[in-house]
Design a protein around this ligand. Structure first.
Ligand code: CUK
Ligand code: CUA
Ligand code: CA
Length: 642
């Protein structure tokens, strides 16, 4: 096949140097990507494809979870521009749940019920402020350097919102819109407090903004992008209020946090601060910016901040010009490869790895050396870099196995490369005898995020790596011009990576985490008393206040508590429904034709909807969720008098 992507062919990369500007521009071009199918690695029949096929027969049993058996891990995934988050089982790849967050989901009634609308946010007229979202990164709350199973956070890149999902119910309970930023992309919770070491759990969530905008963005400075800027934001993990922001030089992309709590950091691909693509690729190096959290908060406490527009959030200046002395600086810009992508913390807490994207390298930054720079003991920021191995073309994201090895997705090479961090450091020091790249495996095709089981915790266990591929091309039955994405699960327990299964993903997941199942403790049913508006036999029925009608309804299989509900045209109707069934998994639905009402209530749960009764007639309010042999008969007459 004439492929130069041989498995284990480390030297193949040595002849590829940094991508030139024109080649890099081609990155975005369809030609380059389309070419992968015909000529690229892993095309059907190539050596590497047969290697993958061989792996399949070997691995099929490893990914197979017998009927009735449970997976060992949960996979919590972003859903991209679907606006949702998702839960899958690992290793089976079974889809377990979709969690609506920034999108509307009639299955559960997200964006339809009053309760979910209040979380998403409404305009003065009660309609939703936004109905779209773009989720990229899901991360869990930490305790002692590993997941504690309390919360997940997920970003919305379109409208710069951070959402929290409570893991006992796997539902979004808060959404915060970040002020004065655009393109909120990377997010990561802290792992402990930078000052008070007794606080060894997540209390802050950090958010990086990709796009520069005018401050405030009210129509000023439209023709002068040199005045635009980006802010790094800290959100309180409990209250979800925005605590502070930092103005930076350049932009931010992905975010990572150190295990000691001192730093958050973000890779920057636009240190040039350019408004156009050519300008964003002008510099040979970009940076990974480190934030000293305690110093930022000391400045906020001392009142050394500004505010922007109508926002009251303190904004600290983290630009280089405002921070000439490392000993007092709040930021440290460590030079890394050209236009880097992900930044990931190694599970031993020692390193941050920035993937090169337009450079065929990964940059390894030692956290302790960054701390030395902040103490004034390091000559240059670059001295914090302890390795920069060449690993392949288009490195995007790196995961770890907890045994000293890193696994990086290579977007252009359509490969996962396994490399050893200690060997890379030795090589950087001048040892030419070490083998840095240990293995390569072709994936299908163009991987974006890759993540390992428990890989972003101190409990990284080196069992599975999932490659989130952006193109599936020929991997699945064709379903029209829009393809499914391919998620490929890789067994990383041995020296060689083995692809053990393909599963599909609706476009388009970015990052995800793989969490051991014993950490996740969900409720079986809701607690009725958690809902202040619960409906019981004491308050059920209809009450009227002027033209406001409140229908308090109960469901218990196979019936709603009222067979007939009569209102008048023009009434503002609120229906509050409490599900009195206590049996696990016994969900009822409530749909009203013409009125666009559709939601469910799980056992012991209460939800409400409010709408205007503007059509006279008879409407069957029916149960949508198959609940009983008399499910089809579970309906009431909603009558609207003319
Ligand atoms: S990003 Cu999509 S593959 Cu939004 Cu984390 Cu890198
Ligand atoms: Cu209740 Cu179907
Ligand atoms: Ca750049």
């Amino acid at each position: 096949m004439g492929s130069d992507h041989e498995v284990n062919d480390a030297p193949a990369n040595s002849r590829r140097r940094f991508l030139g500007k024109s080649a890099a521009l081609g990155l975005a071009g369809a030609g380059v990507l389309a070419g992968c199918k015909e000529n690229g690695a892993g095309a059907p029949g190539s050596a590497s494809a047969s290697a993958a096929a061989a792996g399949k027969s070997h691995g099929a049993s490893k990914a197979h979870v017998e009927p009735g058996q449970l997976d060992d891990y949960y996979l919590f995934s972003s859903g991209g521009h679907s606006g949702e988050a998702r839960i899958m089982g690992v290793p089976s790849g079974r889809t377990l749940r979709r969690i609506p967050v920034f999108n509307i989901d009639p299955m559960v009634g997200w964006g339809i019920t009053n309760e979910s609308k209040a979380i998403i946010g409404t305009k003065a007229d009660g309609s939703l402020k936004y109905t779209t979202g773009d989720t990229h990164h899901v991360h869990g709350s930490y305790k002692n350097g590993t997941y504690d199973g309390r919360f997940l956070w997920v970003n919305d890149k379109i409208h710069s919102r951070l959402a929290r999902i409570r893991m006992d119910t796997m539902e979004c309970d808060k959404i915060t819109e970040l002020p004065n930023v655009m393109g909120f992309h990377g997010t990561f919770p802290d792992k402990c407090d930078p000052v008070d070491k007794s606080i060894n759990h997540t209390t802050r969530v950090f958010c990086g903004a990709e796009f520069a905008i005018p401050f405030p963005n009210d129509g000023r400075d439209l023709d002068d992008p040199s005045k635009w800027g980006s802010l790094f934001t800290c959100v309180d993990a409990e209250t979800m209020d925005v605590r502070w922001q930092v103005r930076v030089d350049g932009n931010m992309d992905l975010v990572a946090t150190s295990y000691d709590g001192r730093f958050a950091c973000s890779n920057q691909y636009n240190t040039e601060n350019a408004p156009d693509q050519a300008g964003m690729m002008a510099a040979e190096r970009d940076a990974c910016v480190f934030f000293d959290v305690a110093r930022i908060e000391a400045l906020v406490k001392a009142g050394k901040f500004t505010t922007i527009g109508s926002s009251k959030v303190p904004v600290v200046d983290g630009r280089k010009a405002a921070n000439p002395d490392p000993k007092t600086s709040v930021t440290c810009y460590v030079p890394v490869g050209k236009n880097p992508h992900g930044v990931n913390a190694s599970p031993d807490g020692k390193y941050m790895v920035c993937s090169g994207k337009l450079s065929p390298t990964a940059t390894v930054i030692e956290v302790a050396l960054v701390a030395k720079w902040f103490d004034g003991e390091l000559k240059t920021e670059r001295d914090a870099v302890v390795a920069e191995p060449e690993i392949g073309l288009g490195p995007l994201h790196t995961a770890f196995d907890g045994k000293g090895n890193a696994f990086t997705t290579l977007f252009l090479d359509s490969q996962i490369v396994k490399w050893n961090v200690a060997a890379a450091i030795a090589q950087f020091k001048g040892d030419k005898s070490v083998k840095v790249v240990l293995d390569r495996v072709d994936v299908h095709y163009q991987p974006g995020h890759g993540y390992a089981s428990m890989g972003e915790t101190r409990e990284a266990d080196g069992k599975y790596f999932n490659s989130g591929n952006k193109f599936s091309k020929d991997r699945f039955l064709p379903v029209g011009p829009l393809h499914s994405e391919t998620e490929q699960l890789i067994d990383i327990t041995g020296d060689k990576m083995v692809i053990i299964s393909d599963h599909t993903a609706y476009p388009e997941p970015h990052d995800a985490i793989i969490m051991r199942r014993d950490i996740v403790k969900t409720r079986q049913i809701y607690n009725m008393d958690d809902f202040p508006n619960k409906v019981t036999a004491d308050n059920a029925g209809i009450t009227r206040n002027g033209n406001k009608v409140h229908v308090r309804l109960m469901s218990q299989a196979p019936a709603f508590s009222m067979p007939v509900i009569k209102v008048k045209k023009g009434d503002e109707v609120t229906i509050t429904l409490t599900n009195h069934d206590k049996v696990e998994d016994l969900t009822h639905g409530c749909a009203i034709p013409t009125y666009n009402i559709n939601f469910i209530v799980n056992p012991q749960e209460t939800k409400s909807v409010t709408f205007k009764a503007d059509h006279a007639g008879a409407f069957w309010m029916y149960c949508t969720h198959f609940c009983h042999a008399l499910h089809l008969e579970m309906r009431s007459r909603f009558l609207v008098e003319a």
